[in-house]
Design a protein around this ligand. Sequence first.
Ligand code: ZN
Length: 180
Amino acid sequence: MAVRKILRAGDPLLRKKSAPIPQTEIRSKEIKKLIRDMFDTMDDADGLGLAAPQIGVLKQLVVVGFDRSERYPDAPGMQRSIVINPEIETLEDPTEGSWEGCLSVPGMRGYVERPRKIRMKWFDENEDFHDEVIEGYDAVVYQHECDHLDGVLYVDRLKDPRLFGFNEELEGASAERASV
Ligand code: ZN
């Protein structure tokens, strides 16, 4: 088990674009180890998702999924999956928002509106190609994580800067589901 340090907002690496992983490297030992470290790091931090740049690796790799989160007890479980070189196409205008958090912006959350229906293309860890329509809360989580690959944080997308603050201060405020 290798829990890696999670970079926090302000670190310039979080603002860089990540490079696609060459097809010939997807099944390499290096990538397998990176995936294991990312799950270990995400689980240790009780997160719902983690993008490679959050541990300082500028590669297009995201892991998501959890059975139950202590940080977000109301969030439904999400199947564990590994997303490599994703491409996202929006299928719906954002009409709904939710409170999001991020392991790179610890202790805080903010209200963000995103499309609830997307088409995502990606490779998994076995080099299998996926092309699927994803809806609802899962679509929010994937967009949040894939934003990290473009150097974008959810705070860039706040609906209103006033709808942003520390978790404790926002307790009692509309605490919907949050993503990481
Ligand atoms: Zn995040």
